[in-house]
Each structure stands twice: as C-alpha cells, then as structure tokens.
Design a protein around this ligand. Structure first.
Ligand code: NDP
Length: 451
C-alpha cells in the first residue's frame, strides 16, 4: 500500500518556490489559495494521496513562442508570446490574453492558476488558462497592432480550439485585437468557430460581454452588502483603472445610486468630488478606446477634478472600493489607510490587485472583501455563455443575458457564503471562493485517476 506524503503548508510552499524560481506572482497566488485549501482538506485523505493541490499548482502545459512583426518604419520587432494551459478537468481551458510590457511567464501562470478556481465558481464547464505577450499596444498604429495580432495567432492557432482552449481579452486586448486575431484564425484554419470570446456582435460576440466583468463586480458587492442588510445607494466609491472593467464598474455603481469619486491609469488618478456620472464615464470610454488618451486629460474637460500624478486612489475617503486596474496595485499600508478611512467593502474587478499584506489587513478588520476570483467572474461567465451561443449558432438578447449575469453572480456569492461563513455573521469570501472553486475541480480530477 502506498504511503501518503502529507507535507505541511510551509514545506509545500517551499517546494513551489523551489520549482518556480523567479516567479513571485505565481508563488503568491498559490500561497494565498493553499492556506485555505490546507485547512479544508485537513484529514480528507483522498485529496492528499492523489496530490491534488500539487497537481493544480503545476500547469498542464506552458507554450512559449517567438512573435516577429514589422513596424511602420520597416523595423523587424521580436516579442515573446505564451499560452498557459493550467487545468482542463471541468472543461476546455478558458482565460484571457494580455498584451502589456509587464507580462512574464510568472504573471501568466498566476493568472491561469487563479482562472481555474474562478471558472469553477461560475458553475459553467470551463477549465483555466491564460496567455499573452510583452507587446505594448500603446502608441502603436492600428496597422502595427494588426500585424502583431496576426503574427501572434499564426502560432497560437495550433494550441487552441472550441473544445480545447478558448482565449478572450484582458489588459491591452479589447474588441480591436480580438477582431484581428479571430480574422487570422479563420483565415489559417478555414473554420468559423467559437475559438475566441469577446468578439464583436456582428461576428458571434455576445450581448453583455463588454459590461459583464465590471457590472458583475458591482453585483457581487451588492450581494455582500445585501447579506448585511445594506445597499450601494447613497454610498461613495473609489475605483482604480479606466479600462473595460473600471468604466463598467463605475457605470453600474452610478446606476445603483452610488457616487464614483476616482478612476486612474498607470500615470496617476483623478479625483472628482462632484462624482463621475454617466456622461463623464462615456467621455472616458471614448478617451480610452477611441482616442487612446490619458486619464489626466479628464481635468482639462471637467472643472473641479484634480489629477494626482504617480499616485493611486486609495487615500481618498469613501465607503466602497473597487480595484479594477492590475495585480498588486493595493498594498498593506494602503489597505490600512482605507480601513481607517471607513471603507466598509472591497470588490476586486482586477485579478489579485491586493497584496497578501493588504488582504490580511481587510481580513483582520473584518470588512467585506470580495476577491477577484469571485467578484470578477462575471466576465468569464458571459464568455462561457458566448461559447454556448456559438455552439448552437444562436444569439440571446441583452435582457436575457443581463438576468443570467445577475443570477450567476448571486450563485457565486452563495457558494462563497456556504464555505466562508464564520462566527458573528462575518463571511471570509477568500476562503469561501478558494474552497468552492477547488472542490469541483478536485473531485473531477479524482474521478480521472492519475492523468
Ligand atoms: P484594460 O486594458 O481595458 O484596462 C486596464 C486599466 O488598468 C487601464 O486603465 C490601465 O492604464 C490600468 N493599468 C494597467 N497596468 C497598470 C499598472 N501597472 N499600474 C496602474 N494601472 C495599470 O483592461 P481590463 O479593464 O480588461 O482589465 C483590468 C483588470 O481586470 C486586469 O487585472 C484583468 O486581468 C482583470 N479582468 C478583466 C476581465 C475582462 O473581462 N476584461 C475579466 C476578469 C478580470 P493604462 O491605460 O495607463 O495602461
């Protein structure tokens, strides 16, 4: 009979560090999840003996490839592309593509690992993956972005497919980039199939997909508040980012009667004490997606607002906070300042925006804290619905998808409460999301045996 090797948490994390040198984001993500999973699996021998956590923390595969393209001045440029396929126990790999100079294998491995739990939480049949490149779309012409996307897809197409791996957008990859990549996939394979999500409505995209992540993060917040007999109406909110997730989160907060005070980009943040209303949000969406401008330009357009160069918005006093820009954008000191300022709830639109120290501050203060893997799962959930519509060659209307999104976010909240409820009515949403996400994937892996 096999002797089960029960390593303790510290030894497990040491092993993860040793096997993944120079990959701090990946180690951080595994550490955060492992703390809760260790508590949950406790004496559940089946998970230990099958080494389930160790196996989820080792991607099924990491594909790395060269992406050559020619810029407008006829210089040959060389970038690196990746696709990390973390786990497909419960469905085809699914997760976005990120184009940003900060992209590394570590960042994509952390995102693919997180995605595995997030996708499981949605209840839809999707495994976890993530991809991207260190290509910086900022300042590039449309023609340059097109040539890069075509070159990227010329390698990626071998590794994806509607039943294999279905990428989507993420930072730096919006409708324009998805269009170019889908066009190239179709050209190479001569197949029109739902291989990417986040497509335009004219060619197989889903209603509600652009709004889904930001709206979903606010629905999750709404559910957390409702659980404590409270609501968004009349509350102030600080939001970071000014991309897809941030602008749609701001829109939904405003629709629910809240007042958004801040938005940001990688240059700094704007503070508008009068509130960033729908007209101002529309102006920002145009600035960011059409003009491809900077958030600082907001202050030239709207008087009364101030721009804080090189700073993040977390020092502004508010009731609610939604980090919607990028990973590790909110540290322990900033979390402490927020708690001191009376922030009562945090819902993460971005992936892992809060550092481990920051999470501990929120946890110790017992404020409502919805981690990204639960709070921002609305985006991938509607992507899952886009896959279903493509497979059936149909399209559902906005109202139906809107209702499905609210139901999905309510369901995710319920699962977090089921596994995360603690004494005195407090809910540990991190623990709830980690355990609920883990259990479904782990049980599927047990059914497959050692593969
Ligand atoms: P976008 O590219 O549309 O916007 C990203 C925003 O974040 C921009 O305002 C950008 O500023 C800012 N940003 C990027 N990097 C940094 C940085 N290092 N420091 C400060 N600000 C930065 O991306 P999305 O809105 O789609 O994604 C935002 C987050 O949400 C990411 O963490 C992503 O993984 C997550 N997410 C997105 C989903 C989606 O459906 N889009 C689904 C689930 C999660 P700048 O313009 O200066 O680059």
């Amino acid at each position: 009979m096999a002797v089960t090797d029960h390593v303790d948490l510290d030894t497990f994390i040491e092993g993860v560090k040793r096997r993944n040198p120079g990959q701090p984001e990946f180690v951080q993500a595994v550490h955060e999840v492992a703390q809760d999973i260790y508590e949950f699996i406790g004496d559940k021998e089946q998970y230990h003996s099958a080494q389930i956590l160790r196996r989820i923390a080792e991607p099924d595969r990491v594909v790395s490839f060269r992406v050559c393209w020619e810029d407008d001045n006829h210089n040959i440029r060389v970038q690196r592309g990746w696709r990390v396929q973390n786990n497909n126990a419960i469905g085809p790999y699914k997760g976005g593509i990120r184009f940003h100079p900060s992209v590394t294998e570590s960042v994509l491995k952390f995102l693919a690992f997180e995605q595995t739990f997030k996708n499981s939480l949605t209840g839809l049949p999707m495994g976890g993956g993530k991809g991207g490149s260190n290509f910086n779309p900022k300042g590039k012409s449309d023609a340059e972005v097109m040539r890069f996307c075509q070159s990227f897809m010329t390698e990626l197409y071998r590794h994806i497919g509607p039943d294999t791996d279905v990428p989507a957008g993420d930072i730096g990859v919006g409708g324009r980039e998805i269009g170019y990549m889908f066009g190239q996939y179709k050209r190479i394979t001569n197949r029109w199939e739902g291989v990417l999500t986040g497509k335009g409505i004219e060619y197989g995209g889903s209603q509600m997909r652009p709004e889904a992540t930001g709206y979903g993060a606010v629905y999750f917040l709404q559910n957390m508040l409702k659980h404590q007999d409270d609501a968004v109406d009349g509350k102030t909110a600080i939001i970071s980012g000014s991309g897809n997730v941030a602008t749609h989160a701001a829109e939904k907060i405003t629709q629910l009667g809240g007042k958004v005070l801040t938005l940001s980009d990688s240059g700094g943040f704007i503070h508008d004490p009068d509130g960033i209303d729908q007209d101002k949000i529309d102006w920002i969406k145009h600035l960011k997606t059409v003009k491809r401008g900077r958030i600082s330009e907001y202050c030239d357009e709207f008087s009364g607002a101030s721009y804080h160069e090189g700073e993040r918005p977390w020092s502004v006093k508010a009731d609610l906070a939604l980090p919607c820009a990028t990973q590790n954008e909110l540290d322990g000191d900033e979390a402490k300042a927020m708690v001191d300022n009376g922030v009562m709830a945090v819902s993460e639109g971005a992936n892992m925006p809060t550092t481990l120290e920051g999470v501990k501050v929120f946890h110790d203060a017992k404020i409502m804290y919805g981690p990204g893997k639960a709070a921002n799962a609305g985006g991938v959930a509607v992507s899952g619905l886009e896959m279903s519509q493509n497979a059936e060659r149909i399209s559902w209307d906005q109202e139906r998808l809107g209702n499905m999104l609210t139901d999905l976010m309510e369901g995710i909240h319920e699962k977090c409460v089921e596994y995360g409820k603690a004494d005195g009515g407090y809910v540990d949403y991190v623990k709830g999301a980690n355990i609920a996400g883990f259990k479904k994937v782990a049980d599927a892996m047990l059914a497959y045996g050692v593969v």
